[in-house]
Design a protein around this ligand. Structure first.
Ligand code: COS
Length: 398
């Protein structure tokens, strides 16, 4: 399967001419890339190198620091992730981590921090990571226990983080830690911790069903300069939420790319497969299923593009608009990932035994999609976010 099949989604009014060119040029480029993905860590490094050399990572940072556009553009991120995920979920992962791992620096970094990290991330010369989750603080991110103690010119971090994507291969981590344990979500601060800092151990790799670089980080008297603080003291929780907000719509886009690929695989299989004297595609049962898959994909796509358009065109800095965007991004992430799981399952069923054969594209998509319903806010967290927003919009005015 060479490129994203000719759908007209880039012609929708959410996108401009720049987005259309980006989508088409990226689809052509990615179809020509060949990366051996048997070793996920080596493959991820190679994808970052290729994406950096070709200039695609420049969409992860603003123009002032080597980026492609003046600001992070959600629609560009959506197109990039959808297109990359169609070709290779690992290429998408490599791209996404450069964005998620540098997003908090773009939002809140000092000029010196931006200078040091963003250009290198955009060129693929530094690998980035975002370290928020802990064993007992996943969905309830505010319950984290990792502690940062500030004393003069230094900050010492103790504790551990887990499920950290790019863990073990990242050059630095954006780490969120408690600075005022009594203050709940108002007592968390972000720091940039270089991977080679003494007291940080990122060697514990976690194996998962769709292999990608993932690790547990351990901090034991890990001391960093106070200048590594990212954003305001005790402002880390909101910074983490704002960073996740930007990338939630792009997780939805990655799911879309995988679902579009599953539909493309199902279409070509159904048209080639002989069955009972005709082709699989000639059965009404097959046609109904293909129709359902296409509608599920379009439903996820509309929510995803709407969320990205809202952030780019209405703004996320005005409080009312920010609340609308947060809910829209949550809807997009929830629907696109859940729908993609269903679409991929239907495509697998259509392939029969071939669908479960290790090494087939459908079999790997079936494993690749599962984590997207969990990471960067599980479906249940998105439901909570949407529910809170709906209650807020409809509560009677005093
Ligand atoms: N943007 C800016 N600020 C936000 C925000 C957002 N999207 N979401 C929440 N906040 C602010 C709130 O306004 C509140 O501010 P005040 O202290 O000034 O009132 C503060 O953050 C705490 O918000 P809230 O009370 O809603 O926090 P909760 O602890 O109830 O948590 C959820 C809310 C569940 C939504 C949050 O913990 C979450 O998103 N969890 C999932 C985390 C996640 O994605 N984990 C995966 C890790 S990355 S792979």
């Amino acid at each position: 399967m060479s490129a994203v099949p000719a759908t007209n989604h880039l012609d929708l009014p959410f996108f401009n001419a720049g987005h259309q060119t980006l989508g088409r040029e990226l689809a052509d480029w990615v179809a020509q890339q060949q990366v051996d993905e048997r070793d996920d860590r080596a493959a991820c490094r190679e994808w970052v190198r290729l994406l950096g050399v070709a200039g695609w990572l420049r969409y992860c940072v603003p123009a002032e620091f080597g980026g492609a556009l003046p600001q992070l553009d959600s629609r560009a991120l959506v197109i990039l992730r959808e297109t990359l995920a169609f070709h290779s979920p690992l290429a998408d992962f490599a791209f996404a981590m450069q964005g998620l791992g540098s997003g908090a620096i773009t939002l809140a970094g000092t000029p010196a921090q931006k200078q040091r990290y963003l250009g290198a991330v955009a060129q693929g010369k530094m690998l980035a990571a975002f370290a928020l989750s802990e064993t007992d603080a996943g969905s309830d991110a505010g319950a984290m226990a990792t502690r940062a103690i500030c004393s003069g010119a230094e900050v010492t971090i103790d504790g551990s983080k887990t499920w950290i994507s790019n863990g073990g291969i990242a050059d630095y981590y954006c780490v969120f830690a408690k600075t005022d344990p009594q203050a709940g979500t108002r007592g968390i601060t972000a720091y940039i911790v270089d991977a080679d800092t003494p007291g940080l151990d990122d060697s514990e790799h976690i194996e998962v069903m769709a292999p990608h670089p993932l690790a547990t980080l351990k901090f034991a008297q890990c001391t960093i300069p106070a200048s590594a603080q990212l954003g305001e003291l005790n402002g880390g929780f909101k910074l983490a939420m704002r960073t996740l907000d930007i990338f939630r719509a792009s997780v939805a886009a990655a799911a879309l790319g995988m679902a579009r690929r599953a539909l493309a695989e199902a279409l070509s299989y159904a048209q080639a497969r002989p069955m009972f004297g005709q082709r699989l595609a000639d059965f009404q049962l097959t046609q109904a299923r293909l129709g359902e898959m296409a509608a599920l994909i379009d439903a996820g796509a509309m929510l995803t593009y709407r969320a990205a358009w809202l952030r780019d065109c209405v703004g996320a800095d005005v409080p009312a608009a920010a609340q609308a965007y947060t809910a829209a991004a949550a809807m997009a992430k929830m629907c696109a990932t859940e729908n993609a799981q269903r679409v991929i399952d239907m495509a697998l069923q259509m392939h029969g035994g071939m669908g479960v054969k290790v090494g087939s594209k459908i079999e790997s998509l079936y494993r690749d999609i599962r984590a997207l319903r969990i990471y960067e806010g599980a479906t249940e967290v998105q439901q909570l976010i949407i529910g809170k927003s709906v209650l807020k919009s409809f509560s009677p005015k005093a």
